[in-house]
Design a protein around this ligand. Structure first.
Ligand code: HEM
Length: 487
């Protein structure tokens, strides 16, 4: 089987076959005990998994210790698992280290799919919805204007903008969560970022994942794990202080997520729902939003600028569209339907460099099947979104940066674009992320032209560094103010 998927009558038939009769999943040869650990030690897993798909098909397995992982590499098989059979695959792996970083899985992102998670998810989702309608646009506009001022102050000098993008994205979340924003130099902000970044980086390291695959290793000293525990304690202290300060304020309101969550908690616990949500759920939801909403959006902004340096004519077309449609004013999110070239730019960068290229791992809650293969309960499912976005069966010239593929007649397929995942575990911040990427990009491209620093002939390296978030290596750029910039 060249594609690794079955279609037509064979597929329908195989879904009813007992497990022993269904074909066994392809995959690289696995060595006793260590299994396919070698494949998991690759420095850029999304690219490596995508290359393995060319050999083993769009669905294959890897083994490590007692864990079987199934890697899904096309939007068709990903949607079969996450949308069509969502109730079979909505779980998260129950790992020791996930428990440690998530107060025993009381986060949305690492919580397993059960009654408690559903109640928690409903609470956070409705708090976000409320902020989306009441304050999100204003919050993002303020950050966009602030970013504009910072870029003006650089006076067209060559700079690395990554920290400014991180501060803007983080301020959107802290404004939503606590009604607070920070300056780049604020020690409070630096402490928060360094601790969240450390947690994500340490948790993604093989020193930590080895503890999940080989439980015996937990008996030995592990300095990396020790550092992780210290950072988690630091993180919890910072968030606890924020929540304490928030509760001590006179002016508590439902405009902030924390206010909406606390109000929702009271309401929820006064109904007879059978699950008790506590302050820990509010605490961990804040962690989810800060981790989920900062580096993802910041890295997308870095990628957008980098890709534009590779094709300056795309930047010119977006600028001309902004001038024609907006006639000098700043954009609103409702303008997006009239700005197709800008939207195609954002979609193409989300396709080529999805911020969470391997999504988050899922777990089969019960025996099921994908593409005709039997998938036993507790199998870990990895949706390779990066691979799906580079599938040559769907995308013409998949590795090229061609935003025009999403425009009329360009041959693109937004249906196969899944940077936020799909189904029951769809990214909780998708609406926030989309509005933020749109407004920040529109504000910046309206007022600045991004160019390479003088004497630098080659644009930034686009391979990226893959951990949980796919980031670009740091690079410098000049933000040259456009001639007429005031509204
Ligand atoms: C989960 C992508 C921004 C909060 C996810 C997942 C992906 C993703 C692929 C995993 C879906 C799965 O498990 O199948 C992105 C991208 C972003 C972004 C590409 C920006 C461009 C945000 C923002 C927030 C956020 C701004 C918060 C405001 C979350 C949370 C989850 C999640 C809480 C866990 C959902 C669950 O487990 O059910 N995101 N995300 N993300 N994201 Fe995002």
């Amino acid at each position: 089987k060249s594609s690794g998927t079955q279609s037509g009558p064979l597929q329908s038939l195989s879904q009813f076959l007992p497990c022993s009769s269904s074909p066994s999943l392809p995959g690289p040869p696995s060595l006793f005990i260590i299994g396919n650990m070698k494949e998991l030690a690759h420095d850029h897993l999304p690219i490596h998994f995508t290359n393995l798909a060319r050999r083993y098909g769009n669905i294959y397995q890897l083994k490590c210790g007692n864990t079987t992982m199934v890697i899904l590499n096309s939007s068709e098989v990903i949607k079969e698992a996450l949308v069509k059979k969502w109730s079979d695959f909505a779980g998260r792996p129950i790992s020791y280290t996930a428990g440690v970083v998530s107060a025993e899985r009381r986060t949305i992102s690492l919580g397993d799919y059960n009654e408690e998670w559903r109640a928690h998810h409903r609470l956070v989702h409705s708090a976000l919805q409320r902020c989306f309608h009441q304050s999100l646009h204003d919050v993002i506009e303020r950050q966009a204007l602030h970013l504009r001022k910072i870029l003006m102050d650089y006076e067209a000098n060559a700079v690395d903008l990554s920290e400014d993008f991180t501060v803007a994205a983080s301020n959107v979340i802290t404004s939503l969560a606590f009604g607070k924003e920070y300056d780049k130099s604020s020690p409070e902000l630096q402490q928060l970022h360094s601790c969240l970044n450390e947690i994500v980086a340490l948790w993604g390291s093989s020193w930590i994942s080895a503890l999940d695959f080989f439980p015996i290793l937990r008996k030995f000293p592990n300095p990396v794990f020790h550092r992780l525990l210290k950072e988690v304690a630091k993180r919890d202290e910072i968030i606890k202080q924020h929540l304490k300060n928030y509760k001590a304020q006179d002016k508590k309101n439902g405009d902030t997520i924390t206010g909406a969550l606390l109000q929702g908690l009271e309401k929820y616990n006064n109904t007879d729902e059978g699950v008790l949500l506590t302050d820990t759920h509010v605490h961990m939801a804040t962690v989810d939003l800060l981790i989920g909403g900062t580096e993802t959006n910041a890295s997308m902004m870095n990628w957008i600028v980098a890709f534009l340096l590779h094709r300056p004519e795309v930047q010119t077309r977006v600028y001309e569209e902004l001038c024609t449609v907006l006639e000098g004013r700043y954009p609103k999110y409702s303008d997006r339907h009239r700005l197709p070239i800008l939207c195609s730019l954002i979609d193409e960068v989300l396709r080529l460099r999805p911020a969470a290229p391997l999504a988050l791992p899922h777990r089969a809650i019960r025996d099921s099947s994908i593409a005709g293969y039997f998938i036993p309960k507790d199998t870990v499912i990895i949706p390779n979104l990066f691979g799906a976005h580079h599938d040559p069966a769907v995308w013409t010239d998949p590795y090229s940066f061609r935003p025009e593929r999403f425009l009329e007649g360009g041959g693109g397929s937004t249906r196969a674009l899944i940077p936020f995942g799909a189904g029951a575990r769809l990214c909780l911040g998708e609406a926030v992320a989309k509005m933020e990427l749109f407004l920040l990009t529109a504000y910046l491209l309206r007022d600045f032209q991004f160019v390479l620093p003088e004497g630098k002939s080659s644009p930034p390296d686009l391979r990226g560094v893959a951990s949980v978030v796919l980031k670009i290596k740091s690079y410098e750029v000049i933000a040259r103010p456009r001639p007429v910039t005031s509204p």
